[in-house]
Design a protein around this ligand. Structure first.
Ligand code: SAH
Length: 408
């Protein structure tokens, strides 16, 4: 028997989500989502986020998951094992599995901050947990995750009695699930306004309470390190800089100058502090508050040139209808960047839009070079860091992709 008393699913007594005929195929391949169109009916009473047994049209058991009555993604699977119940022990098992991989990474790369739980890719749909030093930051993105809040918090308390727990469920996707936006301290100490974390020889300040996402873009860690190799004695333009991770890395790599651009003054202020914190020469760093789309045109008209350009825009695509427009946006900024590069210059360009495949993104960058009238060599490929793993049954988990390109 479990030593924990909170049990959120009672064996044999769960409501059932019955699939429409022939709509079980993706689940049999262990993809963790059920779209609304695949649902025939719900048998029994099941509220938002409650655990349901998912069965095919003949009643054969397939999976156990959480119901999201308001969302197009009508259910997300917790388990494909009929014997497994969704309770505190379930979350403890998942957290331990996830921690095992991060321990190895943290040890190997000397990290004190990483994504501990990457939702579906760690078997916990709708749940993101980031570690920043002694703080855990929790983001609950689905009705099921919200429904399991207490069980998850109890599991976190068991696994991490020493860590403070802060919630950043103030993300727009919660509206699709019919959930309010919320944030605040759950347990332990209030995070400081700016918490220093370690990343590949850098110290970087993270604003857990007000920063973007859970405070910092952990997923670009490896690309920030890779950038260091390309910048010695170079003039670097860091577009969409946020708190200047790429700028600090470029300064460590010995760049001559780095210009960081972002629309957020708060982010640029932290970026400037990050340069100082790492005892780097602040006179080599410029911080420009501007719209990248406008500034690139201004630089082009002024004849400004750079040797290396980092292009790390926010997500342009939320759904399939926006993909064509996003492609134009990516092509536009990449073409402008290519035009600003000296011959032999390097473009480090990224897309964090899940709907944009790596192949399509490479084609867009190639087209941008053609339009700019320049030859391009693709020399290195990037993806999200390894604490954002991708599982075979959920390829959508691969959302961040990038290229280092040499522009002739
Ligand atoms: N490169 C950063 C992460 C970038 S996130 C890192 O390594 O941490 C995207 C950033 O783009 C955000 O900081 C956001 O404020 C900024 N942004 C969004 N639209 C912008 C625009 N049109 N011009 C300039 N910055 C923009």
């Amino acid at each position: 028997m479990s030593k924990h008393s909170i049990s959120t699913s009672l064996p044999g007594s769960l409501p059932r989500l019955v699939l429409a005929k022939g709509r079980e195929k993706s689940l049999l391949r262990r993809h963790p989502w059920v779209f609304s169109g695949a649902v025939s009916r719900i048998e029994g009473k099941a509220g938002s986020g409650e655990t349901v047994d998912i069965v095919d049209h003949q009643g054969n058991w397939i999976a156990r998951g959480a119901l999201s009555p308001a969302s197009q993604i009508r259910a997300r699977v917790w388990t494909f094992d009929a014997e497994e119940h969704i309770d505190v022990d379930f979350f403890i098992r998942k957290l331990r599995q996830a921690q095992c991989w991060r321990d190895w990474l943290a040890e190997k790369d000397g990290l004190d901050s990483y994504r501990l739980v990457a939702g579906e890719s760690d078997g916990l749909p709708g749940i993101t947990i980031d570690r920043f030093g002694s703080f855990l930051v929790l983001q609950l993105l689905s009705a099921g995750a919200e429904h399991q809040r207490e069980a998850l918090i109890t599991a976190l308390q068991t696994c991490y009695p020493e860590s403070s727990l802060y919630e950043r469920s103030d993300v727009a996707v919660r509206k699709k699930e019919g959930l309010p936006l919320t944030q605040g301290l759950i347990r332990g100490e209030m995070p400081p306004a700016l918490l220093p974390i370690k990343e590949h020889e850098m110290q970087l300040l993270v604003d857990i309470r007000q920063g973007h996402k859970t405070g910092y873009y952990l997923d670009q860690r490896d690309s920030r390190l890779a950038t260091r190799r390309y910048v010695e004695n170079k003039r670097v333009l860091n577009c969409f800089s946020y708190t200047g991770g790429f700028a600090v890395s470029a300064l460590i790599g010995g760049c001559k100058e780095v210009v960081s651009v972002d629309t957020s003054q708060e982010a640029l202020d932290v970026a400037r502090q990050n340069v100082g914190l790492n005892k780097l020469d602040v006179s080599k760093a410029q911080f420009v508050r501007d719209d990248v789309f406008k500034l690139l045109r201004k630089y082009r008209d002024q004849g400004e040139k750079f040797d290396v350009i980092v292009m790390d825009p926010p997500k342009f695509v939320e759904n399939k209808n926006q993909l064509a427009g996003a492609c134009r946006g990516y092509k536009d900024i990449n073409m402008l960047a290519i035009q600003l590069l000296n011959p032999g210059g390097v473009l480090l360009t990224f897309s964090c839009s899940g709907l944009m495949t790596s192949d399509l993104f490479q084609k867009i960058v190639a087209d941008a070079a053609i339009d700019a009238g320049r030859d391009i060599q693709f020399i290195e490929q990037f993806r999200q860091a390894a604490d954002h793993p991708v599982i075979a049954t959920y390829p959508e988990g691969l959302y961040l992709k990038g290229f280092a390109c040499r522009i002739m």
